[in-house]
Design a protein around this ligand. Structure first.
Ligand code: ADP
Length: 330
């Protein structure tokens, strides 16, 4: 099957300020992909690249099997529906706002209005047609903008933080809309979020972005520090990691929370990267037990749900070993 998008060795900078550097990324057709990362990670920049609003300074981007060139951009923009972050509503009625893109794409006034009414129904905004944007709440405005994107019926939908400003019920409804678009209409959907749970409710294809790069895990255990002793030690100022057997290049150290081995007894003698800490929180994530422990730095550990946690209370001592394959330098 042809991928919706293929990215190879791209970099993008804003006025010499690097924002994105991706070696390889394929987005299969009819998939739902979440771009997850903290603020400033580069999610919106990547989404704008996929919406053909910006072009990479280096590398290649293909769309539906064809390499994108700058002369195609205007046409390509019409093939994707983008819901921007903090979308702008024009100073006209809600109905006109939703119909605007349709008119630009050549639909008659009558057809556009009919389709806009349907779009507003999808986001539960029927009855708001003649209202003006300045009378809407943040959540209502976000739903109008979502309707405006949905009515375009593009092959690909790109949603930038679609759950922004929404109450819990509207978040659930948006989740359902995204799932229906994909399952019933086979649309390719890429959305950004800083909320991993929202992402995981919708898809197993989660791409973690940090400092403009794709990283293997969520940046839960992200430590800043200095590399010392000829590249053997990473010193955070509070603890030291032995990094002689680790992968990656960069100035931050990332520890995969699912590759930390731990015990409530003193164990792992003579192994590198063993730390003693204290449990400060215990909770249940989607399919793991989440343990937070303080050991000079705060660590997040993910244990299988089958784990017997009877010995793991808050305030208890814990010994854990960070295996070399758990560590990546980014
Ligand atoms: P995210 O969506 O993950 O919050 P962004 O893609 O918006 O991240 O930003 C990535 C980086 O690029 C940040 O350091 C941000 O400050 C910078 N950036 C974003 N937009 C611009 C811009 N228009 N001009 C200059 N720098 C920008």
């Amino acid at each position: 099957m042809i991928a919706s998008y293929s990215i190879r060795d791209i970099t993008f900078s804003y006025l010499n300020q690097p924002a994105l550097s991706i070696n390889s990324l394929d987005i299969p057709a009819s998939s739902v992909i979440a771009l997850v990362g903290p603020n400033g990670a580069g999610k919106t920049t990547l989404l704008h690249l996929l919406a053909f609003l910006i072009t990479p300074q280096k590398g290649s981007l293909s769309f539906l099997g064809t390499k994108v060139s700058t002369s195609d951009l205007v046409n390509l923009r019409r093939k994707v529906g983008l819901l921007p972050q903090n979308p702008y509503l024009f100073k006209c009625s809600v109905l006109e706002n939703v119909a605007i893109g349709l008119k630009l794409r050549g639909f008659s006034r009558r057809e556009s209005r009919k389709m806009a009414i349907e779009g507003l129904k999808k986001v539960r905004m029927e009855g708001y047609e003649s209202r003006w944007p300045n009378s809407l709440s943040g959540g209502e405005a976000q739903r109008v903008a979502l309707a405006r994107t949905l009515v375009l019926n593009s092959e690909v939908f790109l949603f930038d933080e679609p759950a922004n400003h929404l109450d819990l019920e509207s978040v659930k409804r948006t989740e359902q809309l995204i799932l229906d678009l994909n399952r019933n209409e086979k649309k390719t959907i890429v959305f950004t979020t800083h909320n991993l749970t929202f992402a995981q409710n919708l898809t197993d294809f989660v791409i973690h972005i940090f400092q403009g790069q794709i990283v293997p895990t969520a940046p839960y255990n992200l430590f800043r520090g200095q590399i010392q002793y000829g590249g053997k030690i990473f010193d955070t100022g509070a603890i030291q990691f032995n990094i002689s057997k680790t992968t990656g290049q960069g100035t931050c150290l990332l520890v995969d929370p699912s590759k930390i081995y731990f015990s409530t007894k003193e164990e792992f003698v003579n192994l590198p990267n063993v730390f003693q800490g204290r449990i400060v929180s215990l909770s249940l994530l989607k399919n793991v037990v989440r343990i937070e422990a303080l050991a000079g730095e705060k660590f997040e550990i993910h244990a299988p749900i089958s784990l017997d946690i009877s010995g793991f209370g808050i305030g208890k001592d814990v010994w854990f070993q960070v295996s070399p394959e758990a560590i990546t330098l980014v």
